[in-house]
Design a protein. Structure first.
Length: 479
C-alpha cells in the first residue's frame, strides 16, 4: 500500500494540473516617469511629521496631541494587532498539532447477551485508566496552508495601511481646520478695519449732506457697503467657530471647553514648495494603493487555494500513552500503548463541478481587483497632479495679489498726502484704504487656499516619510 502511494499522488497531481489550466498573475501597473505639473526636484525629504514644514508651534501641538488622543488612532493600532494574531493563528496549521488527554472509564457487561450466557450469566466489571498524547499533521504538499498564511499576511498589510491612512487623514484634517481658523481670524481683522473706515466715511458724508455739499445717494451707497461688511464679519466669525469646533472634536474634547488661542498679529506662513518625487513611489506609499495591492495579494493566494482543491490531501495521526486497569500501574512499561495512523489520502473524484466553479469565482474576483487597482493608480496620479496645479495656482495668485496689495497701500499713502496738501477730501483716503484692505483680504484667501492645497497634496502623495530620495520633499516658498 505505502509503496504505491507515491504513484497515486503523482497521478492525482497530473490530473489536477490538467483540470485547473494555466493562470498567470497580472503584472504590476506602470507609473509615468514624472508628474505633469511637478516642480524641479528639491533636496531633502518630506518628513513623517510633515505638518512641521509650516513652522507653526500651535499647529504642531494640535496635530501631535490629536494623533495621540483620537480614538481612531487606537483603532488603527488594534486593527494591526488583530491582523498579526491572525497570521500567527493561520501559521500554526503548518505544524503538527499535539494534545494531551487523560481519563478513566468503568464498564459493566450484560448477562442477557450471548457473551453473558457464555460466561454463565456472569458479568464483567472493569475500570480502565488512560493518559497519553495525540498528534495530527496535515501535510501541506500543494501549499494550501501556506497560501492561507499569505492571505493572512495580506490582511495584515491592509491593516497596517489602514493605520497609516488614519494618521494621514487625521493630520490633514487638523491642518485644514487650523488654516481655516487662522484665515477667518485674519479676515475678521481686515473686515473690522473696513467697517471702521466705512463708519468714518458715513460720519463725514453726513456732515457734508447736512451742509448741502453731498447727495443722499452717496450716503446710501456707503451704508450698503458697511452693512455688507458687517454681514461678512458675522460670516467670518461663524467660519472661525466651526473650524475651532472641528478641532475640538478631533481632540475629543467638548466644544464648549476647547479654545484655540487668538493671535492678533498672526501672519500665515509661506506656502511650502513640495517636490513630489517619482510617480512610482506612491504605489508603495499611498495607503489606499497599499490596501488595493494587498487585496490583490490576498485574492491571488485565494486563487492558489482554489487550485489545491483539485489535488489530494494527506493527513497523518498518531497517539502514544498508557492504559491500565489500576492507577498505580498506569506508568509501567507494560501499560504503554501507541498507534500510528491512519495515514489518510483524500482524492476528489466527483463533486458536480464545485471545485471548478470555485476556481472560476476566485479567478474572476482576482481579475476584477486587478482592474480596480489599475483605476485606483490612475486616480491617485491624477489627484497628485490636481493638487500640484492648485498649489502652483495659489502661489501665483498670492504673488499677483501681493503686488496689488502693495499698490493699494501705496495708493492709500498718496491719498493721505493729497489730503494733507488740501488737494483731496478725507473721503478719498477712506476709499483708498477700503480698497487696499479688500485686496489684502483676497490675498489672504488665496494664501489660505495654497496652504490647504499643500495639505491635500501631502495626502495625495501618501504622507511623508524619511528614506533618502524615496518621497516628496519640501521647502518654504519665497514667492
Amino acid at each position: 500500500m505505502f509503496k504505491k502511494l507515491p504513484l497515486l499522488i503523482g497521478m492525482a497531481t497530473l490530473l489536477g494540473g490538467c483540470a485547473i489550466g494555466d493562470f498567470e498573475p497580472a503584472p504590476a501597473p506602470e507609473a509615468p516617469p514624472s508628474y505633469r505639473n511637478a516642480d524641479a526636484a528639491v533636496p531633502g525629504n518630506l518628513e513623517r511629521n510633515w505638518w512641521r514644514m509650516y513652522q507653526d508651534p500651535v499647529l504642531d501641538h494640535l496635530v501631535e496631541s490629536i494623533l495621540e488622543r483620537n480614538p481612531y488612532t487606537a483603532f488603527g493600532e488594534l486593527h494591526v494587532a488583530e491582523a498579526e494574531a491572525g497570521v500567527d493563528a493561520t501559521s500554526a496549521d503548518l505544524l503538527p498539532q499535539l494534545g494531551f488527554g487523560a481519563g478513566v472509564d468503568k464498564s459493566h457487561s450484560s448477562t442477557n447477551t450471548p457473551l453473558g450466557e457464555l460466561l454463565g450469566n456472569r458479568t464483567i466489571d472493569g475500570k480502565t485508566y488512560r493518559a497519553g498524547v495525540n498528534a495530527g499533521w496535515q501535510l501541506d504538499l500543494w501549499g494550501r496552508i501556506a497560501q492561507a498564511v499569505e492571505v493572512a499576511r495580506a490582511h495584515q498589510g491592509m491593516a497596517e495601511a489602514t493605520r497609516r491612512s488614519v494618521e494621514i487623514i487625521l493630520s490633514r484634517e487638523v491642518a485644514v481646520a487650523y488654516w481655516q481658523f487662522r484665515t477667518a481670524e485674519a479676515d475678521q481683522r481686515l473686515l473690522q478695519q473696513q467697517y471702521k473706515a466705512h463708519a468714518e466715511a458715513l460720519r463725514l458724508l453726513q456732515l457734508r449732506l447736512d451742509a448741502g455739499l453731498e447727495t443722499e445717494q452717496r450716503l446710501i451707497e456707503v451704508r450698503v457697503a458697511q452693512a455688507g461688511v458687517e454681514a461678512e464679519i458675522e460670516a467670518a466669525e461663524v467660519k472661525r467657530l466651526m473650524a475651532e469646533q472641528e478641532l475640538a472634536i478631533l481632540m475629543v474634547e467638548p466644544v464648549q471647553d476647547f479654545r484655540v488661542a487668538t493671535q492678533p498679529d498672526y501672519a500665515l506662513p509661506d506656502i511650502p514648495r513640495i517636490a513630489p518625487g517619482l510617480p512610482a513611489t506612491i504605489l508603495s506609499r499611498r495607503p489606499d494603493l497599499m490596501m488595493s495591492a494587498q487585496e490583490l495579494r490576498a485574492l491571488l493566494a485565494m486563487e492558489r487555494i482554489a487550485e489545491t482543491a483539485f489535488y489530494p490531501s494527506i493527513s497523518l495521526t498518531g497517539a502514544f500513552g498508557f492504559a491500565s486497569t489500576e492507577l498505580r500501574t498506569l506508568s509501567d512499561n507494560a501499560s504503554r500503548e501507541y498507534s500510528l495512523g491512519p495515514l489518510s489520502l483524500y482524492l476528489p473524484v466527483f463533486d458536480a463541478g464545485r471545485n471548478r466553479a470555485n476556481l472560476k469565482v476566485a479567478r474572476a474576483r482576482y481579475r476584477q481587483a486587478v482592474n480596480v487597482h489599475k483605476v485606483n493608480v490612475l486616480i491617485a496620479l491624477r489627484e497628485v497632479d490636481d493638487a500640484l496645479v492648485q498649489v502652483q495656482a495659489a502661489r501665483t495668485q498670492v504673488a499677483a495679489l501681493g503686488n496689488a496689495a502693495e499698490a493699494g497701500d501705496r495708493g492709500t499713502v498718496v491719498a493721505e498726502a493729497r489730503y494733507d496738501q488740501g488737494q483731496d477730501s478725507y473721503l478719498k483716503v477712506l476709499e483708498a484704504r477700503v480698497e487696499a484692505l479688500e485686496t489684502r483680504r483676497k490675498q489672504i484667501h488665496s494664501h489660505s487656499e495654497g496652504l490647504l492645497a499643500t495639505a491635500h497634496l501631502v495626502e495625495a502623495l501618501g504622507g511623508g516619510w524619511d528614506e533618502s530620495g524615496a518621497g516628496p520633499t519640501a521647502v518654504a516658498s519665497n514667492d
